[in-house]
Write a protein that binds this ligand. Structure first.
Ligand code: SAM
Length: 225
């Protein structure tokens, strides 16, 4: 799967790929992430990608032309679904992540400044997504969240497929359970006896009983009875 990220800070995206399983997924060619510098698609000598908003108001707006050129260039190489990050858009859920992991190419556009010229959104963007109801300085962290959560869904990226299937949110309403490791007693706090028993059925039961449920607004039912 290929991710093409359009940003004014391509190094932020490249740095993300240096660590952990994402780095391995790139190395093993399970994913490919190309970071494009939006300024390379500006035509003036200052490589300007923003300008003042018509109608007045604070801050700057991302100009349409460099964004059109960037998306057209990338789609010309390899067509893909164009996603723009916006604070006020529908929030990325695990269900959406799963669906997006079935695409072969996502073109991710990171906003900066006050936002993006609406003509670009109307004519080139297939979908807008937010990573939560708060405002970041730019879309790069949102792109990182989407790349990492989507890559996790791809076969081979996580060595142990069971670990993906038991993740919270993997199925609607699926939560997680408390985890313990060595030592058996840490500063007077012992690991629950049942986890040391070796009885898989009882351990499964205990985990079900002690399951944390995701909050309802993330697409799950209420807390287990
Ligand atoms: N004026 C905008 C507003 O009121 O929503 C905020 C713009 S923000 C400073 C600049 C860019 O950061 C946005 O265009 C978007 O690409 C990105 N961004 C900010 N918050 C985000 C969020 N919660 N999820 C996804 N992207 C976000």
């Amino acid at each position: 799967m290929t991710f093409s990220v359009i940003t004014i800070f391509p190094q932020m995206i490249r740095d993300l790929l240096k660590f952990g399983l994402l780095a391995k997924a790139v190395e093993r060619e399970l994913i490919r992430v190309d970071a494009y510098d939006l300024r390379d698609f500006a035509r003036d000598k200052h490589r300007k990608v923003d300008d003042r908003p018509f109608g007045g108001g604070p801050g700057m707006v991302m100009k349409p032309a460099p964004l059109f050129r960037a998306v057209d260039h990338i789609s010309g190489l390899y067509p893909g679904r164009v996603i723009l990050f916006s604070a006020y858009a529908p929030i990325l859920t695990q269900e959406r992540v799963k669906a997006l992991s079935r695409e072969s190419h996502l073109i991710l556009v990171c906003g900066r400044y006050e936002g993006v010229d609406q003509r670009f959104i109307d004519q080139r963007v297939d979908e807008e997504l937010s990573i939560g109801p708060y405002v970041l300085m730019g879309g790069e962290l949102a792109a990182a969240v989407l790349v990492e959560s989507t890559a996790r869904m791809l076969s081979g990226v996580i060595g142990n497929t069971e670990s993906v299937a038991t993740d919270s949110y993997y199925e609607k309403g699926q939560g997680g359970w408390p985890q313990y490791t060595q030592p058996r007693d840490f500063r007077g706090h012992p690991v629950p006896e049942v986890l040391l028993s070796g009885h898989h059925h009882e351990i499964d039961e205990w985990r079900k009983q002690n399951c944390f449920r995701p909050p309802a607004e993330h697409g799950s039912e209420k807390k287990a009875d």
